[in-house]
Design a protein around this ligand. Structure first.
Ligand SMILES: C[S@@+](CC[C@H](N)C(=O)[O-])C[C@H]1O[C@@H](n2cnc3c(N)ncnc32)[C@H](O)[C@@H]1O
Length: 451
């Protein structure tokens, strides 16, 4: 078998990401084709892809210091090679500098970029020489430049975070977003208790612990996530702890009729089914028919019953659903995804300020089209894996201004006291990775329709 160099895999994936692919899907696709690959090579390819995308802002700052021309003028493939080399030099202690430079130049040869080998060699050697004397911006005096060049945020996002949180909090959040996300699973209580799942995983030599807030959550501290025992049998669902909290906030009860408006791939739909002991009727809608298929497959694996999946674009009203016929509505809306930057690091280079305004408009329409489906006295949860003011409070304000028939509820009134640190002054959930045991940054607020 020919050994595929992990750096080549990382290069291919990063090139695909540059053309619009999602990093996680592109990497999974590339690694799936190489089932016999050494786990250490697999880990290096993964680290290089995620590392380069997370630290791109810092790497480009360093490369610009040693480049005679603007980086924007460097050919795209060569810039990817430089970022890969620079990442190994600055952030991977286990790779000797000479090996990082040599391997990057060899890769350029394999890619038939012979004309660029001298340039790449010279640039990377300059990085090694100048690494200790680079003009890093000062955190207090130049916080915007610090967030951009050290913590790797695009400038517009750095400015938004500074504005919302101030220097210390913005830097803590940006630092947290540079770390790998923790791996969590939700015990499927239709089939197993959390304690028994913890035992089963520990017996399979995984290092695990219960999550701090979600009662069904298990944090995998060490173990082969791809081959956890019990997946096929539906004993658990891969899901971040913050996402697990949302279905609890909905407070679903057996016998209720529940709408999950933006449901795929179904982490929360299947959780709602489990929380009601499979005794609720759940209508799961999503724009994409293929994602609904994925949801229904997951529901079968987990043994969830009572779920009716259907594809529908909720920027239009859903005429097949009777008005005021649901006891609970969950709107887990499509959003900018800035709360899951650790899992999808390319998002920070894709999103723009105008996307945020556009998404907020779409969220307001989806909320509008689902609100009429809630019965008087029922509860609606609006949740997002982001925290921009436009998509959170902005959408909520617009909605309440149009709907005197709805009131916002303080979620602290219906949740355990140990969770209260997760809520803001309005009683909305706001989890943050640097504050709340590494959870993804989620937002959720609750409305009740007046009886
Ligand atoms: C944040 S994800 C939902 C995650 C899901 N609730 C879960 O826990 O697994 C948002 C979903 O909204 C769907 N979506 C996007 N635009 C939509 C629209 N106009 N109508 C309905 N669903 C939409 C996307 O396909 C995506 O699956």
């Amino acid at each position: 078998m020919v050994r595929k160099d992990p750096r080549d895999i990382a290069f291919d994936v990063l090139e695909r990401v540059q053309h619009g692919a999602f990093a996680d899907l592109a990497l999974d696709g590339a690694l799936e084709k190489l089932p016999d690959m050494d786990p250490r090579d697999r880990a290096l390819a993964t680290e290089l892809v995620y590392g380069v995308l997370r630290y791109q802002g810092r790497l480009d700052f360093v490369l610009q210091q040693v480049c005679q021309k603007p980086l924007a003028k460097v050919e795209a493939a060569i810039l990817i090679l430089l970022r890969l080399g620079c990442y190994q030099l600055l952030l991977l202690e286990r790779i000797p500098h000479h090996a990082a430079v040599f391997e990057t130049v060899e890769m350029a040869r394999r890619l038939k970029l012979h004309r660029a080998t001298g340039f790449i060699n010279g640039m990377l050697r300059s990085v090694v020489r100048q690494a200790g004397m680079l003009p890093w911006p000062d955190r207090q005096a130049q916080p915007l430049a610090y967030l951009e060049c050290v913590l790797g945020l695009p400038r517009w996002l750095a400015a938004c975070w500074l504005d919302s949180y101030g220097v210390e909090e913005a830097c803590a959040l940006a630092e947290a977003m540079l770390q790998p996300a923790p791996c969590c699973v939700r015990a499927n209580t239709l089939k197993i208790t959390r304690d028994d799942l913890l035992k089963a995983l520990a017996e399979d030599s995984c290092e695990v612990r219960p999550t701090c807030f979600a009662p069904e959550g298990v944090r995998i501290l060490h173990g082969n996530i791809r081959h956890l025992p019990g997946h096929r049998e539906g004993l658990f669902q891969l899901q971040d702890e913050a996402s697990m909290l949302i279905s609890h906030l909905l407070d679903p009860r057996p016998g209720q009729r529940i709408l999950d408006a933006c449901a795929a791939p179904g982490g929360k739909t299947t959780h709602i089914a489990a929380l009601t002991g499979n005794r609720a009727t759940i209508v799961a809608l999503d724009l994409h028919a293929r994602r609904i298929e994925l949801l229904m497959r997951g529901a079968r694996r987990l043994g969830c019953l009572g779920i009716e999946g259907r594809s529908w674009d909720l920027t239009r009203p859903a005429p097949f659903l009777e008005p005021e016929s649901f006891d609970r509505v969950l709107v887990d809306a499509p959003c900018s995804g800035l709360g899951v930057l650790r899992r999808n690091p390319e998002i920070r280079w894709r999103r723009t300020a105008s996307d945020i305004r556009e998404l907020a408009g779409q969220q307001a329409v989806i909320l509008e089209n689902t609100a009429s489906l809630l019965r008087p006295g029922g509860r609606l949860i609006y949740s997002l894996c982001t925290f921009t003011p436009e998509e959170t409070e902005g959408v909520v304000r617009t909605f309440l201004a149009k709907h005197p028939d709805f009131v916002r509820c303080d979620l602290r009134a219906t949740t355990p006291a140990e969770w209260h640190e997760l809520f803001d002054d309005a009683g909305s959930l706001r989890t943050m990775p640097h504050r709340h045991d590494g959870m993804d940054a989620f937002y959720a607020t609750a409305f009740e329709k007046r009886a």
